[in-house]
Design a protein around this ligand. Structure first.
Ligand code: FE2
Ligand code: FE2
Length: 312
């Protein structure tokens, strides 16, 4: 089973909106984002990335770990919707979760813009006993994919995330659900599942990472995928009975700025059952990255950062 992972697409479009629609979040945040994003994040690169995925194939399912938009504006949701509609395999072939930018304004949170635009990618296969959309469980081939939401409208200049007790309870039920038996349990979460203490990263971290870690340690999981940091990250967190859970972060799907090691890319993870193991586990990954010269995508040998990139 092969899973493609993309994240932090950050579609940017003011569409018909005037400045007021986003400046009400936050003058500084909005203006900053606009200046930076316009230069470094390109909608057309995300479209080229999807074209590359479609023409190459070589994966069974696509996981998207949030921040599809930049300012959670209607025009951005529409363009992101057009992008996802292009993905071969359609909604059954995609598992999608939101990021903090998808709730950038209180209006978008209140109006449930994300759920309205992408609800069809997030229907749970089973009832996990939660009132809300998250977590959901998608059983696809050898994988049981669990989608979480950490997104909420935060205060000025903050980008932290929260799961909350109801979702954590649902996650416990998902990890031990009978339909996940013999499957690789893959958890999708926008924020890294660890406390990030690095300067300027602390205010962007997951508030209940500790509680999440306890649940993952008690029940185990075979892979955790996240975005948010716009970095290629690979590290382990403690799993069940001393096992390690691999955690992988992928850079933004539209970044073309001066840091080539963070250029737009997607990862493909191979999950395979080893010997008599009860569940498939992660055996390898491939990286397809944007090439500044020529603008296409190519295989690259990338060296991921470790957890110390988040902590020190
Ligand atoms: Fe992001
Ligand atoms: Fe984010």
């Amino acid at each position: 089973m092969k899973l493609a992972h993309i994240s932090d697409i950050h579609i940017l479009s003011l569409g018909g909106h005037g400045l007021r629609a986003f400046l009400n979040k936050r003058l500084a945040g909005g203006a900053n984002i606009l200046l930076n994003r316009r230069a470094n994040y390109k909608n057309e690169v995300a479209f080229a990335l999807v074209d590359d995925m479609n023409s190459r194939g070589g994966f069974d399912h696509v996981c998207i770990t949030g921040d599809l938009t930049s300012l959670a504006l209607k025009a951005e949701f529409e363009i992101a919707g057009e992008l996802l509609a292009k993905l071969r395999g359609g909604p059954p072939g995609v598992s999608l979760i939101p990021g903090n930018h998808d709730f950038y304004t209180r209006g978008s949170e209140r109006e449930k813009s994300f759920e309205t635009a992408f609800g069809h990618f997030m229907k749970s296969d089973v009832d996990l006993g939660v009132d809300a959309r998250f977590p959901y469980l998608h059983v696809r081939g050898d994988a049981a994919i669990i989608g979480l939401s950490t997104g909420l409208a935060t205060g000025l200049l903050f980008a932290y995330g929260v799961l909350g007790e109801a979702q954590l309870g649902g996650l416990e039920r998902a990890l031990s659900h009978p339909s996940t038996q013999g499957k690789a349990r893959v958890v999708l979460i926008h924020h890294p599942p660890v406390k990030t203490t690095k300067f300027l990263r602390g205010g962007r971290s997951l508030r209940d990472a500790g509680a999440l870690g306890e649940i993952l340690k008690a029940h185990g999981a075979e892979l955790v995928l996240h975005g948010h940091e716009h970095e290629d990250l690979a590290y382990d967190i403690p799993g069940q009975d001393g096992a390690a859970i691999p955690v992988r972060g992928v850079p933004s799907a539209s970044y073309v700025g001066r840091h080539a090691y963070r250029h737009a890319r997607y990862h493909i993870y191979q999950l395979e059952r080893q010997g008599g193991a009860a569940r498939p586990t992660l055996v390898s990954r491939e990286v397809r990255s944007y090439q500044a010269a020529g603008g296409g995508f190519a295989d690259v040998e990338a060296v991921p950062l470790g957890v110390e990139a988040l902590r020190t």
